[in-house]
Design a protein around this ligand. Sequence first.
Ligand SMILES: C[S@@+](CC[C@H](N)C(=O)[O-])C[C@H]1O[C@@H](n2cnc3c(N)ncnc32)[C@H](O)[C@@H]1O
Length: 200
Amino acid sequence: MLAKVGSETIPLVFFDPQYRTILDKQKYGNEGKNRGKKRSSLPQMSVQVISSFLAEIDRVLIPSGHLMLWVDKFIIGTGINGLLEGRNFKVVDLITWDKQRMGMGYRTRRYSEHLVIAQKPPIRAKGVWRVHDIPDVWSEKVENGVRDHTHAKPILLQKRLIEAVTNVGDIVVDPAAGGYSVMKAALETGRHFLGCDLLG
Ligand SMILES: C[S@@+](CC[C@H](N)C(=O)[O-])C[C@H]1O[C@@H](n2cnc3c(N)ncnc32)[C@H](O)[C@@H]1O
């Protein structure tokens, strides 16, 4: 889908990869059972696949355009730069999503997810980022996007971020849309949406 989008045409891309690492590092022993069944049945993305998505996102973003990249805590712990290596983006901010729901974990139990905000040069906030009351810890209970998805992301947060860096009528992209929470957020804020998922 991204290959059909013109270079430097899109102001904002959300990308929420189906990290293989999460399954590799958090072998809870419940893959294929109950909640683990839904998670492990989703198409997984290798590092190479994620990297080719990021290359295309880099190409389609306008100068000073934003990538909102959901990452797991292992990527934060080991360094986001490995993932963004060779791309033009620079990390400009980070939001922690307090999911208000306890998840799994061998040691601590997962209660949060993380959104890295990266920008394509020229890096600037003035005149580009226009909403100034978004806290960097965001509490929101998950609600379904257009359809039920085990990794659905918070719609209110995504709406605020869309309003922060795009104008009404702009196109917001999500190339691995899952339950289409970004589509819901984009349409509810008067933006257009372009996205897809391997599952349809
Ligand atoms: C973490 S989920 C996205 C959840 C989404 N942000 C939401 O709010 O519902 C990642 C999605 O990537 C999809 N996916 C995996 N490989 C893909 C590919 N090569 N192209 C498009 N989508 C892919 C999976 O089917 C899965 O639905």
